[in-house]
Structure formats: C-alpha cells, structure tokens
Ligand binder design. Structure first.
Ligand code: ADP
Length: 461
C-alpha cells in the first residue's frame, strides 16, 4: 500500500488519497525530531507557552473548517465536531499555562556544606499514536503537554482520520513551531509501532487505542525502557440507583452513550438499573432515544452519525445477534442502514433488556449506539457487576443520596467517575484508566508529568 485512502464514513465517498511515509522517511523524521530536541529543550517555558497560544488562536480562527474536516472523515455530527475543536483547543490553552508551572524544589541537606536542587526536564522525543474517534482532541491532548514540557513530538494519526491531524500540524507550523519540533507521519499502525518501539531516539510513547495494541507496544518498549502513557479500552457501567432522578439519568445517559454514535472509550457499555424503577426508567429512556435522528453528520439535524467502517459495524451486529440469540429483548433499534458497495454503515440507537452476563456485549467494548440493560436489587451487587471487568476507565452512577453516592464512588475501580454526570471530561481534569484501561493520566496538572523527568543535583559548596 503506497497511498492512504481517506473516506467519508457517511457516504463512502473518497475524500483524499495521501502518500504513505516510507520506513526511511519515518526514520528521517525521528532523527530530525531527536536533533531538534537539543535546541527546543533550551527554550524558555514562556516562549513555548507563547507558541502554544499562537497555535490555539489559529485553531480558533479555523474552527469551522476543522469541524467540517472532522465530520467529513470521522462522521460525527457537525455540532459535536465543532465541540471537539473547542475541546481540543482547551488542552492547548491549559498546557500553555501549565508550561510555566513545571516547578522543582530544594531539599534541606543532611550536612551544612551541601545544597540539593530538584528540577524537572523534558523527556525527549515523544512518539504519539492516536485513534480515529477524536482526531483533533486525542492529538492535542498529547501534543500540548509534550510541547509545553519541552519535548519534541511526532504523531501517527489513525489511517481513517489523518486529515485533521495534518491540518493541525500545518497550523502549528504557521504559529511558529519549528518544523522538526512537531511532525506527523502517515503509515500503518504495526509499521510505526515497530519503528517507534525499536528506536532509541523515541524516549516516550503515548498511545490511545485498543488494549491489545497497547500491550504489544508495552512489551516491545521494554527493550529500551521507554516511558509510556496508555489510554486503552473501556467497558463503562452506568448504575441507576433506586432514588435516582430519572429524567436527569435519561438525559445524561443519552449524552454519554450516543456521542460519536457510541464510539468513545468512555461510552457506557452496560446499564445497571434498580429493579424497582427499571420499567419506568426504560420507558422514559426509550421515548428519548426514539427522538434521536440518525444520518449524515453534515446535516445539522442529525444527532447520531455513521459507524466508522465495516469492521466496527460487523462487531456491533455480531454482539447484537449474540445477545438476541441468548434471549435479550429489543426495546428499540437493532435496525441498520448500510451499503457494503458504497461502504457506509449506520446503526439505529438500540436498547436491549433481559441482558445476561454471558452475552458478548457484557464482556467486550461495543463501540456503537447500543444500551444493554440489566437489573439489580442491592447496590453491592451493582458495584460487583460494574467492577467485574478487566477494564477500569469510566463509570457513571445516578443517585440523589449523598451517602449512597459516596459509597458507590469508593466501591468502583475506575479512573473517571460521573455522579449524576454523563460528561466528566475536560482539559483541567485527569483522564485515564485503571487496570487494563491504561497507565498514566492526560489532562489536568497530572497530564504534563508523563513528559517530564526528575533531575536531582547535589552540590558541595
Ligand atoms: P481501533 O481498532 O479502534 O482502530 P487500534 O488500537 O487498532 O484501535 O488503533 C488505534 C491506533 O493505533 C491507530 O492509529 C492505529 O493505526 C494504531 N495501531 C494499530 N496497530 C498498531 C500497532 N501494532 N502498533 C502501533 N500502532 C498501531
């Protein structure tokens, strides 16, 4: 394969054909990034902050164009795509400020004639690998803290959605970042994974994607002991307690679940509802879900876009068939609009009840607009079911009780919790998972740490 063919997932139309970087070209970019680090790390934090602010301003100026690019190559509704541009830029704004707060410390010495200073410095060249579900935000969430810290940065976007990244890199250069400080490469995942992990010049890998690929990258990176940040798969539960505000729970469930047609790693994959309120809740949720309009994201009225590709579509259909065969009841949905010849795939928002633990969708990430509903009778049972997964990224729960809420929060083994809140992400907060959902956090004051080394200096005076 010499060209990457980028398609619009809503129509199957070809948007662009872009030449793929050869192995040699990738190695040259890595060498240039490593060389550029020598001078980039010496820039002042204030200088880097100013460049980040200039980049941010250009992205804001090009908001509409970037939003349309995201909708074209990813499929999400334009309103969501514009929201993603704002979200993406908020990481740049946040880390432009954080750049100036890479504080060190002094430590009282154990003898009178010594002085001890601890400083923080940039790790080096960072290799980033990003997914297709947030082509802008997953890139800036890594690039902004890396560049703020003084690292140089090379990103490999997903082959499905490289156009947004390419444009963001152009704008970074226009803002004044030297070419070799922030670069993108276009090639298939395994090739880049192989090169990044075996390159001594790449000092850190930051990856957002599936858990098997993350594990593979970690295994291979052991050879050169690289720093790693891993944002991997999720299997988020929503717990609806007996005393929940059901209208709020319905609204927030819809926000959390149907954003990006359910193709986000924090998307709720299982809904656990107290048996005493299950019928009322399902009725309210179904009424709301029935209002969602599915279709091409460029049409302002559509709220649920296409599935990214046939592979993603087949996985969803397979999980739905498996659930129905094993006795799940379809309350709404389980309908599709697709054309394999044209290469587009839409899934109607779907709610299933009578779901059991042996169904695939209760064990694996679905990445589609499907809500399987299970009932529970005690909150401990709900917490156990929620935790019974190798994943630990996001979890949501709805209760009006302060005591119950704290009890659930303390019992859940997940890195991100939403209490009566279906949208807990933000540039100012630490995003990341426990267990097989990942290592490290992105966002907040935590998000710059993975790009910094600690250096300690002991002086005899
Ligand atoms: P998904 O199935 O959701 O696309 P992946 O983990 O396969 O999730 O993809 C996320 C990113 O990882 C994409 O940029 C993809 O090209 C890349 N990728 C896939 N396989 C590898 C690999 N072996 N090494 C490095 N990156 C990879």
């Amino acid at each position: 394969m010499t060209n990457c063919i980028v398609k619009n997932p809503a129509t199957g139309a070809v948007l662009a054909e872009i030449p793929i970087d050869s192995v040699e070209a990738i190695k040259v970019k890595i060498a240039e990034g490593a060389e550029a680090f020598k001078s980039w790390k010496k820039t002042s934090a204030h200088e880097r902050a100013a460049l980040l602010m200039a980049w941010s301003a250009l992205i804001k100026k090009n908001r509409q164009q970037l939003g349309e690019l995201i909708t074209a190559e990813n499929g999400k509704p334009i309103k969501e795509a514009l929201g993603e541009v704002d979200y993406a830029v908020s990481y740049i704004d946040w880390y432009a400020e954080e750049a100036k707060r890479m504080y060190g410390r002094t430590i009282p010495a154990h003898v009178p004639n010594k002085r001890i200073i601890v400083t923080r410095e940039a790790i080096g060249l960072v290799g980033a690998i990003t997914p297709w579900n947030f082509p802008a935000a997953m890139m800036t969430r890594k690039a902004a803290p890396a560049l703020a810290a003084g690292c140089t940065f090379i990103v490999k976007p997903a082959e499905e959605t490289p156009l947004t990244t390419i444009r963001l890199i152009e704008l970074a250069h226009e803002a004044g970042f030297p070419t070799a400080v922030v670069q993108s490469i276009l090639a298939d995942g395994p090739t880049v994974g192989e090169i990044f992990t075996s390159s001594p010049e790449v000092r850190k890998i930051t990856f957002t994607g599936s858990t098997p690929v993350g594990k593979w990258l970690m295994e291979r990176s052991a050879q050169s002991v690289k720093h790693m940040t891993m944002e991997l798969g999720g299997h988020a539960p929503i717990i609806i307690a007996e005393d929940a505000d059901l209208d709020l729970a319905v609204e927030q469930t819809v926000i959390a679940k149907f954003r990006n047609a359910g193709q986000t790693c924090v998307s709720p994959n299982r809904l656990l509802v107290h048996a005493n309120i299950a019928d009322t809740f399902v009725e309210k949720l179904t009424k709301r879900v029935d209002l969602l309009r599915v279709g091409n994201g460029m049409d302002n009225h559509n709220e649920v876009g296409p599935i990214i590709n046939k592979k993603g579509f087949d996985k969803i259909v397979n999980q739905l068939n498996d659930a129905v065969e094993k006795g799940a009841k379809v309350v709404i949905g389980n309908e599709f609009d697709f054309d394999e010849g044209a290469d587009y795939y839409f899934v109607q928002p779907t709610i299933l009840t009578d779901v059991t633990a042996d169904m695939k969708m209760m064990q694996e990430e679905t990445f589609g607009p499907v809500i399987p509903i299970v009932t529970f009778t005690s909150i401990d049972e709900a917490i156990d079911v929620a935790n019974n997964t190798p994943y630990g990224l996001a979890a949501y729960f709805f209760t009006e009780s302060y005591k119950m809420g704290n009890y659930i929060a303390e019992g859940l083994h997940f890195g991100i919790l939403g209490w009566n809140d279906g949208a807990p992400s933000g540039a100012h907060v630490p995003f990341g998972g426990m267990k097989e959902s990942g290592i490290g956090r992105e966002g907040g004051s935590e998000g710059i740490e993975p790009y910094l080394e600690t250096k300690y200096l002991s002086m005899t005076i």
